[in-house]
Design a protein around this ligand. Structure first.
Ligand code: NAP
Length: 276
């Protein structure tokens, strides 16, 4: 296991995702001396973290007054902000660093054109549960990345939760549609159940729905069983669950709808990758 404590981290863009990574670094006892943040806008949340941990934040690298050589640099600005964020001084600053980009739609080839002095590019995509260290992340390494560099990146990104790897960069669009947007699908399902429970007059609908989700997930994890089998075990012949599932699983039901929705999201992800 390569020790992250020996690495120097640069975070460019400490918004939702950059902040989540920063927070994980701090939670994992990475010294603030080994962290530098480049961020245009210091939100109250970031300001609080900065003063609590004595973090160094600059608006751009030209304002840095001391020597800092990043070994890993996370690029977490919005896709339309990337070109403006990278000027010749930043490019030079990053020339010896591994670059880990989570910028949606920016391919490794695009990143190589932007960071022309740099040879170590990694593209990753994650999702918002990363902010509670339960993210699902997909990583694609550029061919030039060596195995010890891969180990460092794996350790770094596993601070956010589970990591998975692919050699086929194209599947990142599918990943974005299924897992990047995935939390929104789950939240929609939860929101729908809460509304239905509210209509039935329950006073504690949200907690009841959350407990049902959490309980079902834990059951699935504990039993190490398939969802199909566990679903069957709740469904007795002629019973209430069966009546509901007949609607949810018919040809216009939930499975068809989810497939259609994700196909649309995949298409959109490809369109955005081309447009970026
Ligand atoms: N949110 C997700 O679920 C998710 C999941 C995976 C990947 N991503 C990707 O992660 C990236 C960041 O997403 P986000 O939701 O964290 O966006 P965000 O909250 O807007 O964070 C980006 C931050 O970067 C700052 N910034 C912009 N240009 C800068 C520059 N030149 N120098 C320094 N800081 C700069 C922005 O400041 P201003 O607000 O002032 O512009 C903002 O605070 C995006 O590329 C997105 O595609 C997001």
């Amino acid at each position: 296991m390569i020790n992250l404590k020996k690495q120097k981290f640069l975070i460019i863009g400490a918004g939702n995702m950059g902040y989540a990574v920063l927070n994980s670094l701090i939670e994992n006892k990475i010294s603030s001396k080994n962290i530098l943040i480049i961020e245009k806008k210091i939100t109250p949340k970031l300001k609080k973290l900065k003063s609590k941990h004595n973090l160094k934040i600059v608006k751009n690298v030209r304002l840095l007054k001391y020597k800092f050589v990043p070994s890993i640099s996370l690029i977490s600005v919005k896709p339309n902000q990337l070109n403006a964020a990278v000027d010749s001084s930043l490019e030079k600053f990053l020339s010896n660093s591994l670059i880990v980009s989570i910028v949606a739609g920016k391919k490794i080839s695009d990143l190589k054109n932007i960071f022309t002095l740099n040879k170590g590019i990694v593209r990753a995509m994650t999702n918002t549960p990363a902010s509670v260290n339960m993210g699902t992340t997909l990583v694609c390494f550029d061919k030039t990345i060596k195995s010890d560099q891969k180990k460092i990146v794996r350790n770094f990104l596993s601070l956010l939760g589970q990591i998975n790897e692919t050699k086929n960069e194209k599947v990142i669009d599918d990943f974005t549609a299924i897992f990047g947007s995935g939390p929104a699908y789950i939240f929609l399902f939860i929101e729908t159940l809460i509304k239905i429970a509210d209509k039935s007059g329950f006073k504690n609908s949200k907690n009841m729905v959350l407990q049902t989700f959490l309980g079902s997930l834990l059951l699935l994890l504990n039993e190490k069983d398939s969802p199909i089998h566990l679903k069957k075990s709740v469904t007795s012949k002629g019973g209430t669950t069966e009546a509901a599932l007949k609607i949810l699983e018919n040809k216009n039901g939930l499975s068809t709808l989810i497939s259609k929705a994700i196909d649309k999201a995949k298409k959109r992800s490809r369109e955005l990758s081309k447009a970026n």
